[in-house]
Write a protein that binds this ligand. Structure first.
Ligand SMILES: [Zn+2]
Length: 517
């Protein structure tokens, strides 16, 4: 039995409100076999327990592990040749990406995540391959990578059963292409088609074999409204109920998606999901940049969660999500790095700081996010979107021992005004270089800033070696097809948007939302 004690000058246990947090000064956490037994003053716990191992000191900050609630891949799209196009064109550019080994790719991002204090990831797997046996093969490699490195993963395979390249049926779009391109693109899109029954069987299979493991959960992911038929959405809703798992769905990422929802349903995407019975605490809306005021009220009243992907929204010109109104309505908002943050990596501390800054509207009222709110989004609320909702995100007895340790001097040396709270210090000044130790389920997975359980340098070298190989004929063919099809995708969206849809980049300033005064 492994009993350890984790000591801190400050132990951040839980955020209580916009401005109040439970922080124990000269505190400690005691854990046995991955579960927290006690949290309290160091002096008392050191007397009560005889730990096998001690982490931290009277000069450390101890806090809950961070949760990246929206993640897809390792090597970033930018690294693989997709610049930051507007989202709909970026989708088309992603066709050209090289095939990357899923095990090495997963470890690549996991290194960056653990190094920035992320202990749990919501992995939304979007690989576009068929048949389902190939997806399963890749999934096993992904889950094995997280298992080997010691990270917690809440995994789902994103379901797409229509509109694979643009916001209309594949057959209709193919017909727009010149005869020399149409058959190739039709074959490419057909090659991604997975019958709904196979999707559902994949979920059941993974759920049965992986869901009960300590650090793995399996959830569901309708990829986005345009990608899912109502039939598929019905099926996923029912599966979520039957298996009591969460769903994570990209919704209203861009104004084009807002327009698509209107054309398809005659109402908003959120109202349509409400009509299908999908809204509720089991659903997390990824992005939600183009939620209307009525949508926000519907999201709030149903307990639906939102995952805010601020960097991604900036990079792909999606807009700025209405975070302040969402928080004012009491919506639980998580944070996601999506493909990558603004430094093209998975730096959660920087993402938190971006979120803290991005929504600072002019004025003197209390409506902009506080450090405590941002930390809660990156921990407790993120946790609630994953399959570990009851287990992680706060430090108290019975919860999992997922912890991050940072030396206080990293935040406060050579000087920090004593009136600055530890929460403010972490959110304003915490950097990857200060993440010293990370424990997942009580096990050190990062120590002195170094990955413990996997040989990082060897993995990176192996990844580099696989990509030094020349393009395979399949990759070369796909890259040419991507180049040829790109202008047709561009043309498809011409005149989709009315001018006013572009205007409200910031739409949060003058509105009055329930819960604000
Ligand atoms: Zn995404």
């Amino acid at each position: 039995m492994a009993l350890s004690l984790i000591r801190g000058k400050y132990v951040i246990c839980k955020i209580r409100s916009r401005t109040v947090a439970d922080v124990i000064e000269d505190g400690a956490v005691v854990q046995r076999d991955g579960t927290i037994l006690a949290v309290g003053p160091y002096a008392a716990l050191a007397q009560q327990y005889q730990p096998d191992e001690t982490f931290g000191s009277a000069e450390h900050v101890v806090m809950p592990g961070l949760v990246n609630s929206h993640h897809h891949v390792g090597l970033t799209p930018f690294q693989l040749g997709s610049p930051d196009y507007p989202l709909e064109l970026w989708f088309a550019s992603r066709m050209a990406a090289r095939s990357v080994d899923p095990y090495l790719d997963t470890l690549y991002a996991a290194f960056e995540m653990l190094e920035s204090g992320i202990t749990t990831v919501q992995h939304l797997h979007g690989v576009r391959i068929a048949p389902v046996s190939r997806v399963l093969e890749a999934t096993e490699q992904i889950l094995k990578a997280y298992d080997d490195i010691g990270m917690r993963v809440s995994y789902s395979y994103a379901l797409r059963d229509q509109n694979r390249l643009v916001y209309e049926a594949d057959e209709a779009f193919v017909q727009r292409l010149p005869a020399r391109l149409a058959p190739d693109l039709a074959a490419y899109l057909r090659g991604q088609a997975i019958p709904l029954a196979d999707h559902l069987a994949l979920f059941t299979d993974l759920w049965e074999r992986w869901h009960a493991r300590e650090r793995t959960r399996i959830q569901l992911a309708p990829a986005n409204l345009h990608w899912c038929s109502d039939e598929a959405l019905h099926a996923l809703r029912d599966y979520a109920q039957t298996y009591r798992v969460g769903l994570h769905m990209h919704v209203l990422e861009t104004p084009y998606q807002q327009e698509y929802a209107q054309r398809r349903t005659g109402t908003t995407a959120v109202q349509h999901l409400a009509n299908l019975g999908l809204l509720g605490p089991q659903l997390t809306i990824g992005h939600g940049v183009w939620l209307t005021e009525a949508d926000i009220e519907l999201v709030a009243s149903t307990g639906t969660m939102v995952c805010h992907n601020a960097s991604s929204n900036l990079r792909l010109r999606s807009g700025v999500a209405p975070l302040n109104p969402l928080l004012a309505c009491g919506v639980r908002v998580a944070l996601g790095l999506d493909e990558a943050g603004i430094n093209d990596d998975r730096d959660m501390l920087q993402e938190m700081r971006l979120v803290l800054r991005l929504h600072r509207e002019p004025g003197m009222d209390d409506r902009v996010p506080t450090s405590a709110q941002v930390l809660q989004m990156a921990t407790e609320y993120g946790a609630q979107t994953t399959g570990f909702a009851d287990l992680i995100g706060i430090l108290e007895p019975g919860k999992a021992a997922d912890l991050v340790l940072m030396p206080w001097h990293h935040l406060a040396y050579p000087y920090l005004d004593p009136a600055v709270s530890v929460i403010d210090a972490v959110v304003h000044r915490g950097k990857v270089s200060g993440v010293e130790t990370v424990l997942v389920a009580g096990v050190p997975v990062l120590q002195d800033g170094q990955i413990v359980r996997v040989a990082k340098a060897a993995v990176l070298e192996e990844l580099a070696t696989t990509l030094r190989q020349p393009l395979s004929p399949e990759e070369a063919h796909r890259q040419q097809l991507a180049r040829d099809v790109f202008p047709h995708v561009q043309r498809f969206y011409d005149s989709w948007l009315h001018e006013q849809a572009r205007a409200p980049f910031y739409r949060t300033s003058s509105r009055h939302y329930p819960g604000t005064s």
